[in-house]
Design a protein. Structure first.
Lengths: 107, 136
């Protein structure tokens, strides 16, 4: 009788542990799916950020280019044109400058 | 003597009480194996939960960065529009200057001094056709 009890108890323990093992396995699989979803989400966010950084870079290039034109090259060209117009009384250049609202005057 | 041994063995193996011990031993071994597996699964589960928390924090940080970059792009839109207008205006003027340089020596001198030239592949849009090279 005690031998029978021991074998029944150990078999019951094995069955219970099998059920526990199954539940733990399902739980882990669910966690793994969650992790995969989070990784996908991170990848999506990273792609969006990359795109935004490229957009910012393009904006910066445009701003730098316009700034260089407006602050360095543009004024120098206009100054030279105005000087030449005054020195040589060049009417064509005067018309060109006037078209863009610039009028050269001798000091 | 031989008969006795055989009889004894037969009587032992046919006794249903004797099957319980090997069965219990087998079940115990299986239970130990399962316990080890469950323990390992538990460790994996804890590790995955820790990873989930980390990934959650990472997602939060990325969402914040995304929001900040979006705001920065929006903030710069006005400046970008202004820059585009400035660039378009200068480009138009420089295009006119290039045209004038074909007939006027003073204009040609300025064009040559600043190495102003039309860019290849943009001739269809004269407003963006001329860009100056760096100042000499």
């Amino acid at each position: 009788m005690p031998k029978q009890l021991i074998s029944t108890a150990t078999c019951s323990l094995a069955v219970l542990l099998s059920l526990w093992f199954l539940v733990s396995n399902w739980s882990n699989q669910s966690l793994q799916r969650g992790l995969q979803n989070q990784q996908d989400e991170i990848q999506t966010h990273q792609l969006t950020i990359q795109s935004q950084q490229q957009q910012l870079q393009a904006q910066q290039q445009l701003i730098d280019s316009a700034s260089q034109l407006a602050n360095q090259v543009g004024p120098s060209v206009i100054r030279d044109l105005a000087t030449l117009q005054l020195q040589n009384k060049n009417q064509k250049i005067a018309i060109l400058l006037k078209k863009y609202g610039i009028e050269a005057k001798a000091n | 003597m031989e008969d006795y041994t055989t009889e004894n063995l037969t009587s032992q193996s046919s006794n249903p009480e004797n099957i319980h011990f090997p069965l219990a031993l087998l079940a115990l071994a299986f239970a130990i194996f399962l316990f080890a597996q469950i323990s390992s699964l538990g460790q994996n589960g804890r590790s995955m939960r820790w990873q989930t928390e980390n990934l959650d924090r990472q997602i939060g940080s990325l969402v914040e960065s995304e929001k900040n970059l979006g705001n920065l792009v929006k903030q710069r839109e006005a400046l970008v529009e202004q820059s585009q207008q400035v660039q378009a205006r200068y480009t138009e003027m420089l295009t006119d200057l290039i045209k004038l340089s074909e007939t006027d020596a003073d204009a040609r001198a300025v064009v040559e001094k600043y190495k102003i030239q039309r860019q290849q592949g943009q001739q269809t849009s004269p407003a963006a056709a001329a860009t100056p090279q760096p100042t000499p």
